[in-house]
Design a protein around this ligand. Sequence first.
Ligand code: G3P
Ligand code: CA
Length: 410
Amino acid sequence: MCNHQGETIERRSFAIPNSASPATIPNYFEGIQVFQPLMIPRKTRFLWVVLLLTLPMACGGPTIFPGSLLEGGKLSQKHHIPHPAIIAHRGASYNAPEGTRPAYLLARELGVDYLELDLQLTRDNALVVFHDEDLKPKTNIEQKFPSRKDCQISDFTWDELQQLDIGSWFNEKYPDRAPRLFEEGAHPLRILKLEDVIEIAQGGTHTPGLYIELKYPPDRHPDDRSGCSNAPPRPSGSFERVLVKTLEKAGWIKSVVNNSEIQFARVIFESFDPKSLERLKALAPNVPRILLVDEIMVKNHGWEALIERARNLGVGIGPWGSSWASDPNWSREHAPKPYRAIRPDLALIGKFHDAELIVHAWTINDEWEMDEVLKSGADGFFTDRPMQALAIVGRKDSRDIEKLWKKIGY
Ligand code: G3P
Ligand code: CA
């Protein structure tokens, strides 16, 4: 699937949660003063409400939808999902190569709610963490397997993929972000398995959940790739079955769960592909599922149909972020105005909540946009920059990134 001003909002000062552990489902908006009308004298309550709703507009910003915030919090709680959820997109992938051990370790140490990962199935059925179809830009496949450089993950075995360096590209592209050299000879980085990320997620003081996307299910790509794999396409649904079995084996999901036993949605499934979500719903009905949505889907189906679809398939919807936000050099003054007018998906958040869908927007990397997305009522977002995101939601402490790097061995 191809997809791709100046005001501040008063927030309570939040205690840093130890983790999004099974014992506590944080709801970080729960105590915001503006939503506790009993604390405001009755006579002036109306004036306060009008002031709070119009002040942002007067400053050139969007209207706040307090109803949406509250509704989203309740919905998230119902599904045992922290609110607002900070989801480390491919790990802390601004600071370290995406989908790698240091990216996930750093995100875990920062205290995110979820580690996001894209999984692909190897030729010998290993679930590996890798986003792209094309292996060339972010691996050294051209050196290691020159005659198979255009092949895909599903054409290689786990052992073959372990020969690839997936860190050097990052040092070359972002020398300023990688003073520690994730390159061969220093800290060579290898493709991870789902089991590796499970181990990372449960191995620290913070114990984030996993937000999992199945990419390029092999049965969707049976086309001929000469010189690659002659293996017949796998039976439909095999990808999802391997995933659910692996999570069950690791004790991360159970086939039968009494809803009252669940304290934290440790796993969330996300997909642009409704069929994949349908299969996951049948295999693991207790795991929350989010339908990801992009511009093309909206153009083809319209919002109403997508909302209906998301409702039938799961508990939430994942609207896209702004393309300019992927460039970390953008700042608030570059934000198009009015923001909401060009982000119809954000204006729809109340509607998503009315449909009882939680809203996790992707992929939000600029601080101004994180702020806007939350003020619009989103219930969380995916981000490459979890350190900034945690600060925006008030879960910032004096953590020093240098210390964190040392702690995790870099
Ligand atoms: O996973 C959430 C969103 O970022 C999906 O897009 O291409 O980053 O997997 P992608
Ligand atoms: Ca993804």
